[in-house]
Design a protein around this ligand. Structure first.
Ligand code: ATP
Ligand code: MG
Length: 724
């Protein structure tokens, strides 16, 4: 018998049983931090070592690129060799790989491009304009949501019954026209990746059999968040015979709004009646205090599959709760605690700030920048989504495929070259009338001299430029090709002319793009399915720059709660725990959505290993509007004895406040009489908000952000400030 002690020894009894389960259908249903992901990794190694499965017969699926990369690394470490043949990735990434391999069978063009969410909206707008549909009545965002959720349910326009009501009929019409536009221009949106590869396997028996034969072992992490099409995709690929190993936690299902179905867990047991269910109950991640808080919170949800979670670890520190005066004060407080943690010897990457919505990152970023602390924001506006990067990539795409309408539209007049809205409208009209791409329509316009003289020349030059670039980049290595495109397109010049910081940072980003391409080229092994450029463009669309840029640097981690799934950090701050923000305003009224918010909070709390800080702000500026906030109901659902309140807010007279502040803020504010976030009045500058306070006695200084002149430092004793 092989020595498997390295696989089994680091596991507890329940984990071992799951890892060593005989091939078949296996479900591990267990709470946060109980070792599900660890079990999955060890299972892969077990299959290889004990069942003799070659890595080539393994497929492992998870939800984020970060998690997929980590999983692969951990499997390889256990195996002791590089498992190059193994398919690990996200549902989208693996679907994409299938479609590249079998583009012909899938009815795609060889150089098909991936539309990210932004491109998709742009294309939708164009389609709606052509159909003369009013954007006010059919907001593109809603239409986009409609189309994507139809695709997530596996539905094509023909599957949707028309005639129910005029509104739905319109939606179906837009869906159909949008899909035609995608087909014509060789573009595939995110939802399409999955649906298309599902249909490919469904309709092509020989391919289906081939892959079922190949992937005899399918492993899935975070199963609770699979949606309809992902589940169907898995079943199609695994078939009735596969060795299917899925792990999940119903309490962490947080993508219901995107069509994820917790019921898939129940469905699995219906679809595979022979499924073996394992439960893990010991949590290895968090202190007893953190775990108790998480358990108490989630206990407020109904209809749970019911799990026990315990730890034999130490109690650890109380959860710190800070009631901030406003969002600025919140950011300042959190970053001060971060600095202490760093001074205590924490690596920056062990520290995470988690929040409900992307917009919350900005103030934290500013506070971190002020103190020169490197940080990294996951999600949000990612590297490849920045305007200048999208411009450069659009040029690159157009150069490699002139039929790409979305790219054509994006760059036809960037930098400005005298091709105005009217000219583009005319080209669009031609494209519609002739059912041709914008590129072909533009050529027609030139041949038939449909454009006025100046526009004619400008368009001629534009087409010539793209063609010339096409010739220049042929046979160039990827990074050189992109560099040539950036220079030749005039983008570099355009941003170089921008003398302010923005232009500067855009140029830096363009340089970063070239080095990203170089790095990609070095790592890209090539699988014969795509050329490097196509692979890089797909990588840009699918990964959005996660794992890009300065990955080596030790950074504080900022991300939304959704992107934190599956991860863990020694030190976590959950920020913005306010009614209306978290739980989100839109979810508070609906019991199901409220429970999903609570699960999201459960995910947040259970990311923390040793220390948890929670914050809320009494006043917050959100979407340009300042609002008074109440603490989140989730706070009151936590046992009070687990919480250390850093400051409770009561209105008190100044001296009393100074004493109280003295406790919370050490000496800082003790003699100022003002508190952070307070609105104050200055005889010259008018009204403003107190940002910071420094020093003591006569030399104490106070920083106020005035409505009129912005932030200013004043000597407190001379400032003649009054409470506003
Ligand atoms: P989540 O639900 O958040 O995804 P999970 O169930 O996947 O959590 P893991 O991430 O696999 O949990 O494990 C949580 C932590 O506990 C990890 O740091 C892991 O290394 C550790 N761990 C898991 N099992 C054991 C064990 N038997 N002995 C020691 N540490 C363990
Ligand atoms: Mg996990």
């Amino acid at each position: 018998m092989e020595d498997v002690s390295d696989i089994l020894d680091p596991l507890n009894e329940a984990q071992r049983e799951a890892v060593a389960a005989p091939p078949g259908r296996t479900l591990v249903l267990a709470g946060a931090g109980s070792g599900k992901t660890r079990v999955l990794v060890h299972r892969a190694a077990w299959l290889n070592r004990v069942e003799g499965a070659s890595p080539f017969t393994l497929m492992a699926v998870t939800f984020t690129n970060k998690a997929a990369a980590e999983m692969r690394g951990r499997i390889e470490t256990l195996l002791g060799f590089s498992a190059a043949g193994m398919w690990t990735g996200t549902f989208h990434g693996l679907s994409h790989r299938l479609l590249r391999r079998h583009w012909r069978e899938a009815g795609l063009t060889e150089s098909f491009q991936i539309l990210d969410s932004d491109d998709q909206k742009r294309l939708l707008r164009r389609v709606m304009r052509l159909l003369e549909i009013d954007e006010a009545r059919f907001p593109p965002r809603q239409v986009q949501g409609y189309i994507n959720s139809r695709k997530d349910d596996g539905q094509r326009p023909d599957d949707l019954g028309e005639g129910a009501d005029p509104h739905t009929d319109r939606m179906i019409r837009i869906y159909r026209a949008y899909q035609e536009a995608c087909e014509r221009t060789g573009q595939v949106d995110f939802a399409e990746l999955l649906l298309r590869s599902f249909e490919l396997l469904r309709d092509n028996a020989s391919l289906r059999n081939h892959y079922r034969e190949q992937f005899r072992h399918v492993l899935v992490d975070e199963f609770q968040d699979t949606n309809g099409i992902q589940y169907a995709w898995l079943r199609m690929l695994a078939g009735p015979e596969a060795d299917l190993f899925v792990v999940g936690d119903d309490d962490q299902s947080i993508y219901g709004w995107r069509g994820a179905r917790v019921e898939n867990i129940r469905r699995l047991t219906d679809d595979y009646p022979d499924v073996r269910v394992f439960r893990l109950e010991q949590n290895y991640r968090s202190t007893a205090t953190i775990l108790k808080a998480a358990n108490a919170l989630i206990d407020n949800n109904s209809g749970r599959m019911g799990k026990n979670l315990w730890t034999d670890g130490e109690d650890g520190e109380a959860i710190m709760l800070y009631a901030a005066f406003n969002d600025l004060d919140e950011a300042r407080f959190v970053v001060d605690r971060l600095r202490e943690a760093i001074a205590d010897g924490h690596a920056r990457s062990e520290l995470a700030i988690l929040y409900r919505s992307n917009a919350q990152s900005r103030l934290f970023e500013e506070a971190l920048l002020t103190h020169g602390i490197p940080y990294r924001v996951y999600g949000g506006l990612r590297f490849f989504e920045r305007a200048e990067i999208k411009d450069a990539l659009a040029y690159t795409r157009l150069v490699s495929n002139p039929q790409d309408d979305a790219s054509f539209e994006r760059v036809v007049n960037t930098p400005p070259r005298g091709i105005g809205g009217k000219t583009v409208d005319l080209i669009r009209e031609q494209s519609r009338a002739r059912r041709a791409s914008l590129w072909d329509a533009a050529e027609q316009c030139l041949q038939e001299r449909l454009l006025p003289g100046r526009a004619h020349n400008a368009v001629t030059q534009f087409l010539a430029l793209i063609q010339a670039l096409g010739e220049q980049v042929t046979d160039q290595p990827l990074a050189e090709a992109i560099d040539l495109v950036i220079k030749g397109s005039g983008l570099r010049e355009l941003f170089a002319r921008d003398r302010d910081d923005r232009g500067e940072s855009r140029l830096e980003n363009l340089d970063e793009l070239v080095s990203a391409a170089r790095g990609f080229e070095q790592d890209w092994e090539g699988d014969g399915e795509m050329d490097t450029l196509t692979a890089f463009l797909a990588h840009a669309a699918l990964e959005g720059g996660e794992g890009q840029a300065q990955d080596w640097q030790d950074c504080v981690q900022l991300m939304t709660l959704h992107s934190a799934k599956g991860l863990e950090f020694p030190w976590v701050c959950l920020a913005g725990l306010e009614e209306g923000l978290f739980p989100h305003r839109m979810s508070a009224e609906d019991p199901d959505r409220l429970e999903e918010e609570r699960r999201l909070c459960y995910v947040g709390i259970t990311r923390a290993r040793r220390r948890l800080l929670m914050t809320w702000a009494e006043k917050r500026r959100l979407h340009g509007e300042e609002r008074w906030c109440a603490p989140s109901r989730f706070i009151s659902e936590l046992p009070d004895d687990l919480i250390h309140h850093v400051r409770t807010r009561v209105s008190v007279s100044r001296p009393a406040m100074a004493i109280r502040r003295g406790l919370a803020e050490s000496h800082e504010m003790a003699d100022s009489g003002f508190h952070l976030g307070q609105r104050v009045m200055h005889p010259k500058f008018g009204e403003g908000v107190v940002l910071q306070y420094e020093g003591q006695g006569p030399s104490a200084r106070i920083q106020v952000n005035f409505d009129t002149v912005g932030a200013k430092w004043l000597v407190a004793s001379y400032a003649k400030l009054q409470g506003a």
